[in-house]
Design a protein around this ligand. Structure first.
Ligand code: R5P
Length: 315
């Protein structure tokens, strides 16, 4: 078996360090910076010829910079004769633009897939893709990990009975059903309408939340609009404690303030995206759970040609 070599871009150094620690493999040495005009400058300090390489980079904001840096990293590894290159993308940006839901719009998730493959990626390892079918945009293997084991272990410490899982929109209903079954809870679904990129309206709850503790699980919190509207509706309809969890805390724009003012007793995200200290300070009820062991274990298994499927969510 060839040696494993782990590298990281600059999007999420804390997560990359935690994954390296789990694997007991130091991050590969690189010179990574920018030219005076902003272009990415990269040089590997270690030999990767014939090695099994993994490059960790979330394509979180600034999405274009982080995506471009990842593409350049892959190109660099390919030209340095790495035997295999796995793009480890804990947060896969542009995933929400995954179909032409109106005329004259791009399918940017497909473009991102094409770019990664063209750059030279042999495999992709990611966490909770916005839509699982994005795997089909690639003609290389894509392992789509679920954060469910990480979240569920945390939820079990919260004593949430009597519990209703509330899906913040129809698209998340399937995932919420998986949690509801695993936690022996009821399920309710919110009828959400998207008004614009930053505005949503939660119209009605299909199901009952009165006198229930509510657990709302989403893949992404970006502007916070979906979660905040949904939580307000649940509180109006008599919910008790409201716990919100999202794998990817994009938390852009006014999200921290909106979430701080919302009826949310606990907000849990994972560390696929780094949360700046200023955001943490605004959200005292924010809990950040680490997916480093999950990703580290998946890397270990991919390297050893072992099954990764037991790390997947049962959908
Ligand atoms: C939508 O389909 C997603 O699952 C999330 O609900 C959405 O991306 C959250 O975005 P925002 O926080 O801006 O409402």
């Amino acid at each position: 078996m060839t040696d494993l070599r782990l590298f990281a871009g600059r999007s999420n150094p804390a997560l990359a360090a935690a994954i390296a620690e789990y694997l007991g493999t130091p991050l590969g040495r690189v010179e990574l910076g920018n030219f005076p005009d902003g272009e990415v400058r990269l040089k590997l300090s270690d030999d990767v010829r014939g090695r099994d390489t993994f490059v960790i980079q979330s394509t979180c904001p600034p999405v274009n910079d982080n995506l471009m840096e990842l593409l350049i990293f892959i190109d660099c590894l390919k030209r340095a004769s790495a035997e295999r290159i796995t793009a480890v993308i804990p947060y896969f940006g542009y995933a929400r633009q995954d179909r032409k839901d109106e005329g004259r719009v791009p399918i940017t998730a497909k473009l991102a897939a094409n770019l990664l493959t063209t750059a030279g990626a042999d495999r992709v390892l990611t966490v909770e893709l916005h839509a699982a079918q994005i795997q089909g945009f690639f003609d290389i293997p894509v392992d789509n990990l679920s954060a469910q084991p990480v979240f569920q272990a945390y939820f079990e410490t919260l004593s949430l009975s009597p519990l209703t899982l509330v899906s913040p929109d129809v698209g998340n209903a399937k995932q919420s059903r998986v949690y509801a079954d695993a936690m022996n809870a009821n399920l309710a679904i919110i009828d959400k309408r998207r008004i614009s990129g930053s505005e949503t309206a939660s119209m009605a709850i299909i199901g009952e939340v009165r006198d229930q503790n509510v657990l709302m699980i989403d893949d992404i919190i970006a502007t916070g609009g979906t979660a905040v509207d949904a939580c307000r509706l649940c509180r109006q309809q008599g919910a008790r404690r409201i716990v919100v969890a999202a794998t990817h805390g994009v938390l852009c724009g006014a999200a921290p303030q909106r979430l701080a003012e919302a009826p949310i007793d606990c907000l849990a995200v994972t560390d696929t995206i780094p949360i700046p200290p200023s955001v943490r300070a605004r959200l005292p009820n924010l809990v950040v759970l680490s997916v480093s062991k999950l990703i580290g274990e998946a890397i270990r298994r991919i390297h050893r040609h072992e099954s990764v499927s037991s790390l997947f969510m049962k959908r």
